[in-house]
Design a protein around this ligand. Structure first.
Ligand code: SAM
Length: 233
């Protein structure tokens, strides 16, 4: 059995990214919920960096925004799937991105920060490659009792919940630390919570729908999103 948060799990689960009832079904719903936070491209050749792009689930969200979609991830099988969806997919570590400062108009780190340590180093890298005036979009899991219960204790047992042992709750994200880490690099983050629509989830359980809408909430103590614009210095 693999230890918790072993990155090889993503290689093992390489075929699970896109099927509506695959192990990563909820990741697809969460990716769709980023649509609200990703701005339209403001120039030709605008670039969006998708850090830890996985199988490229963000591709249908990025395409209509007019950005060129660049993704990095550690998992080669995941990158192959992302490439198949039109992502310019590169193998790289989120803690050491192979890009120059201020290269991207939008940087997205979706469901990454709860997998890396130190989280602040990943945030620093994301902010470094973001151009002034660009938008940072993050979603992750809060380091709270509810975060641990909803994502691990009960979450790993629910249909569409995270695969068993995918998360190590010790890496869940302290919201104040996240805000402070981004602020050090000129990005003031605004947070909102995210939960599945109960009606959609029941329909999905009974095979009446392939997708579930994720509903923004004020409670940020579980799954949450964060967005901010990098100030011009
Ligand atoms: C929960 S998945 C999220 C994938 C994608 N962002 C999404 O929301 O569909 C976490 C991803 O992070 C990748 N990952 C974990 N640690 C990483 C690191 N240090 N650098 C780059 N990618 C990493 C994994 O390979 C996996 O694809």
């Amino acid at each position: 059995m693999r230890p918790r948060n072993d990155p090889r799990q993503y290689d093992d689960l390489a075929d699970e990214w896109w099927p509506p009832r695959g192990a990563f079904a909820m990741l697809r719903w969460i990716a769709a919920a980023r649509r609200r936070l990703i701005p339209l491209a403001t120039r030709t050749e605008a670039l969006l960096l998708d850090i830890a792009c996985g199988g490229g689930l963000l591709a249908p969200v990025v395409a209509p925004t007019g950005h060129r979609h660049v993704g990095v991830d550690l998992s080669l099988p995941a990158l192959a799937q992302a490439r198949g969806r039109g992502v310019v997919a590169i193998r790289a570590d989120a803690l050491r991105l192979p890009f120059r400062d201020a290269s991207f108009d939008v940087v997205v780190a979706g469901e990454l920060l709860e997998h890396v340590s130190p989280m602040s180093a990943a945030v620093a890298e994301a902010c470094r490659v973001l151009r002034p005036g660009g938008t940072l979009v993050v979603d992750t899991i809060a380091a709270t009792r509810w975060g641990r219960f909803s994502a691990v204790t009960i979450g790993e047992r629910l249909p569409a919940g995270p695969p068993r042992r995918l998360h190590d709750p010790r890496l869940f994200v302290d919201r104040a630390e996240l805000r402070a880490a981004a602020a050090r690099h000129g990005v003031t983050l605004t947070l909102n919570g995210l939960r599945p629509s109960v009606v959609d989830y029941i329909r999905w359980l009974f095979h009446r729908a392939d997708d579930v809408r994720m509903v923004p909430t004020r409670f940020t103590g579980g799954l949450f999103q964060a967005v901010g614009v990098k100030e011009a210095r």
